[in-house]
Design a protein around this ligand. Structure first.
Ligand code: ATP
Ligand code: MG
Length: 548
């Protein structure tokens, strides 16, 4: 694993804090998901960043559910989040719920009110928008802005007691209606929502807003560096204001923003991903086409490949979109020296070796991984009837085609030189079979040097071939002519293929390289004793060249 290899700008900030002794050398981070969906590869970026940053400095990381919003939470999501973080290889220090801090947050609001720094407003959302002003026009103070602390406290109590309906009142911080930063123009810090909360039940009908709650959550847990995405940069003055005025000072947590991960061909929002699940476009949150961690896991991605990807792309301060080919590069790179090859035939063409005895067969030795000789060899059967890939034969070859065509001789990998003599057709003109001959002198490993052939193709023995179901995935989203992401109608192609006999024993979750085709994994849900179903993790070729 290549993590911690270099200093990014966050490390530089921490180094400076450590030099100045700001947090006494302590580094404490948190990963704060809202439990309203499955985590995606963007969250993986945030998870890796928070955990590896703490690891680098001997620090700790909390898993904190940001459940201050009472709707949309679900145990299924909580379980999946924990499974995903663990699967990525990280262990949290504490698992916490932001809603456990509601009492402290309420007291913090009361503190602000007593300091004359918060008031209860009754402007409607439309009025509030009007009063807020614009980037060029300062805001207008609400008529309630001059409320006394006593009045404000009484009203806030009544909000809490449930005397108002949703939206009838809000608690606002009194900061600066003329601030050039609109987030500082008296932001709402508490709102009314008469909704059951999964943790606190009906104890509360007022809930803190994110910008008020988050800094308090961080401070309560002793977080030192609160890493979030760039959208929150303009909220940082409010983050600091809350901590200063509530009294978490002089060493408050420090909010640091980085650019969120965007990937080509990928939609990265729990809301949009949930819609795909709900409308049945995909088979679930763990559909192998989904950019969720559960989907990538089922697709066959390894935790190492995802961690390496997150490390490779680095931590940026400006938004950009990463080519998904880079993620594919990382999984190829991780698997190439780890998994064994198997012969699998897609779009089979039958080959009859006319000069090979009818009832004979023999075993041919083939390497398990061409990069790693220590991974040894295995034996595959060869006999008179074989299958080859549709792509390895052309009746009328194009220029520079070195595979099989009528009159041409190629090596069948691990076996013999074989010449195609005749193409036998079905009535509809399609190919029925190829009549070929083999040269017994040319067996692989025999040291034959009589002549050379330019092409080598793979095969499986027809009699012992195992049918497997292969699911080849393409991007879930493709660009239309206007460069917009649209759903790809061909994101899943399923085929029955013929495999060498050993794949009959493949276990759910086992990975292989299907020779010439790509890396595959036996699907964890669909593979059983009766049927073997394989997901294409990634194809073999790459258009992506890593930076050297
Ligand atoms: P979504 O819009 O997909 O629901 P979110 O930001 O609302 O994303 P949260 O559960 O609130 O999701 O996020 C948990 C953490 O993950 C936050 O710190 C958030 O900044 C981070 N995060 C979410 N998406 C990305 C991304 N694409 N790249 C990097 N970090 C991300
Ligand atoms: Mg969110």
């Amino acid at each position: 694993m290549s993590e911690n290899k270099s200093n990014n700008f966050i490390h530089n900030i921490i180094d400076k804090d450590n030099e100045e002794g700001t947090y006494g050398g302590k580094v404490y981070t948190r990963f704060p998901p809202e439990p309203n969906g499955y985590l995606h590869i963007g969250h993986a970026k945030s998870i890796c960043l928070n955990f590896t940053t703490a690891q680098k400095y001997g620090g700790k990381t909390n898993l904190r559910y940001d459940d201050t919003n009472p709707v949309k939470e679900d145990v299924e999501y909580v379980d999946s989040i924990e499974e995903d973080v663990r699967w990525l290889g990280f262990t949290w220090e504490k698992r916490l719920w932001a809603s456990d801090y509601f009492d402290t947050m309420y007291e913090a609001a009361v503190t602000l009110i007593k300091k004359g720094l918060a008031y209860v407003d009754d402007l409607t959302p439309e009025q509030m928008r009007e009063y807020r002003g614009t980037l060029t026009k300062p805001g207008t103070p609400s008529p309630n802005r001059d409320q006394s602390p006593e009045e404000a406290l009484a009203l806030f109590e009544r909000m809490r007691a449930g005397e108002f309906a949703d939206g009838e009142r809000t608690l606002r911080a009194r900061i600066d209606m003329a601030s050039p930063n609109i987030n500082m123009r008296d932001p709402i810090i508490y709102r009314i929502a008469h909704t059951e909360h999964h943790n606190t039940g009906d104890k509360w009908c007022i809930y803190p807003m994110y910008d008020f709650a988050h800094p308090i959550e961080d401070a309560i847990e002793g977080i030192t560096h609160s890493i979030c995405t760039l959208e929150f940069e303009d909220h940082r003055p409010l983050y600091d204001w809350v901590l200063r005025e509530v009294g978490f000072w002089p060493h408050p947590p420090k909010q640091i923003e980085f650019a969120r991960l965007n990937l080509t061909h990928t939609v990265m929002s729990k809301r949009l991903l949930k819609a795909l699940v709900d409308d049945g476009t995909v088979e679930g949150w763990d559909d192998p086409r989904m950019p969720t961690i559960a989907g990538l896991r089922r697709r066959g991605y390894t935790p190492e490949s995802i961690r390496n990807f997150c490390e490779e792309i680095g931590v940026a301060k400006g938004n950009s979109t990463i080519d998904v080919a880079m993620l594919e590069h990382c999984i190829r790179d991780d698997l190439q020296n780890k998994v064994q090859a198997r012969n699998v035939i897609e779009d089979p063409i039958k080959v009859i070796i006319t000069n090979y005895p009818e009832d004979a067969s023999e075993m041919c030795e083939v390497e398990n991984n061409r990069n790693v000789p220590e991974m040894g060899t295995r034996e595959i059967p060869f006999s008179r009837e074989l299958y080859i890939d549709g792509a390895d034969f052309m009746e009328v070859p194009v220029k520079k085609y070195f595979r099989l065509f009528p009159g041409n001789e190629v090596r069948f990998k691990g076996a013999y030189f074989i010449t195609c003599n005749e193409v036998v057709k079905n009535e509809d003109g399609s190919i029925k079979e190829l009549l070929c001959t083999y040269d017994p002198e040319t067996r692989s490993g025999s040291g034959f040097e009589g002549r050379k052939v330019k092409g080598t193709i793979h095969f499986v023995d027809a009699k012992t071939a195992v049918p497997i179901r292969v699911r080849n995935y393409n991007y879930l989203y493709v660009e239309d002519e206007n460069g917009e992401n649209v759903l790809n109608p061909n994101s899943l192609e399923e085929k029955i293929c013929y495999a060498e006999p050993s794949l009959a024993d493949a276990q759910p979750g086992e990975r292989f390289q299907f020779f010439r085709h790509g890396y595959y994994i036996a699907d964890a849900k669909l593979t059983n004793d009766k049927e073997k179903v394989f997901n294409r993790i990634v194809d073999l070729k790459s258009s992506f060249k890593p930076k050297k």
